[in-house]
Design a protein around this ligand. Sequence first.
Ligand SMILES: Cc1cc2nc3c(=O)[nH]c(=O)nc-3n(C[C@H](O)[C@H](O)[C@H](O)COP(=O)(O)OP(=O)(O)OC[C@H]3O[C@@H](n4cnc5c(N)ncnc54)[C@H](O)[C@@H]3O)c2cc1C
Length: 408
Amino acid sequence: MAEFTMELNDEQKEVRDWLHGFAADVIRPAAAEWDEREETPWPVIQEAAKVGIYSLDFYAQQYFDATGLGIPMAMEELFWGDAGIALSIVGTGLAAVGVLANGTEEQIGTWIPQMYGDAGDVKVAAFCSSEPDAGSDVASMRTRAVYDEAKDEWVINGTKTWATNGGIANVHVVVAVVDPDLGSKGHASFIIPPGTPGCSQGQKFKKHGIRASHTAEVILDDVRVPGSCLLGGKEKLDERLARAREKAKQGGERVKNAAMATFEASRPAVGAMAVGTARAAYEVALDYATTREQFGRPIIDNQGVAFQLADMRTRIDAARLLVWRASWMAINGKPFTAAEGSMSKLFASETAKKVTAQAIQILGGNGYTREYPVERMHRDAAIYTIFEGTSEIQRLVIARTLSGMPIR
Ligand SMILES: Cc1cc2nc3c(=O)[nH]c(=O)nc-3n(C[C@H](O)[C@H](O)[C@H](O)COP(=O)(O)OP(=O)(O)OC[C@H]3O[C@@H](n4cnc5c(N)ncnc54)[C@H](O)[C@@H]3O)c2cc1C
């Protein structure tokens, strides 16, 4: 176990400064343009691929950092640059993690390279779980996967929604129901290879924020994929389903389960994205408050403004500490006895919303215009309390974990 320290080591500082340079020189200057275009910023992803930021190697290196701080540090810097563009860069990683977590070595080796492509021909990937009637309530998912034994193929039908990179992805990872009697325990994940007939993009959403990130429906109409596209393989699935059926027979299960543990480990990464956006807005506000003069003095000379900045910075630092604690716990296999992962996501995402709103207030009329970036940052920040589990769902998870009660 790595020795506890509050300081990044030299290697981490080097990576952080390198990422910050990319975020400042490449991402931030492109942010307003791609927000207005509401399109995937392919040239920026390409640039990230050229320098090695858009790659599995980079993601894996940060993921396996023994202190746990690699991923949160990377997310904070990239999202400090711009949330929409950063999500376009890291969205593939979210799908890749689905394969890394559940796939066989062969599946990892086959599909992850196709998710990223290469610097000359970059590709993206999508993770498709949400459905029009199954957002927070994942158990009510309807997309169905049926095994065709004669052909050793899975046949998948359904509609996925709000999928980041949905429809433009080279590889889609799709969660589907294989046993409707088992609720979320009867779900399995499938790879949809590039160009598979029946898999198409539905509506592309026009969004409030993170507009440089593509979000769309994915239609699955009699999609047939080889048996080898079931993540983890058929044998493992059959064993898992048998165990779930046995447990269902024995009666209700406690709320703490393996799936929840996985979410606890991944949620701090979203918290770190929120910290990046909050920090970006705070920095703009601090700079503005020290240079903008009213009544013959910088507006920061007023306690009403200065105290807001003090609160903003305090909340941001507290959010980062919660994110780092949960990330450190995840890499060291510490049990999340108080849902510390959900806590970090809840606090950091609420912080991003609050701090970006305060930043607009401090910039006054300028903050409300697109001449300054805080208006965009505030629109972007609203996503953090919604995706990867809304704030209400985080509170539910925390309350259930603390009490052991099935609070609804
Ligand atoms: C930009 C964007 C990108 C996304 N990317 C992806 C992606 O790549 N892949 C993917 O699978 N999904 C993705 N999502 C979907 C996202 O995870 C869902 O939107 C989210 O889980 C919430 O589901 P919902 O929108 O259906 O809201 P609902 O579940 O309908 O919730 C609506 C409101 O009711 C509240 N609520 C619901 N149940 C409870 C309860 N039990 N107690 C208290 N309050 C409750 C919620 O907190 C919320 O405020 C994305 C969404 C967006 C907007």
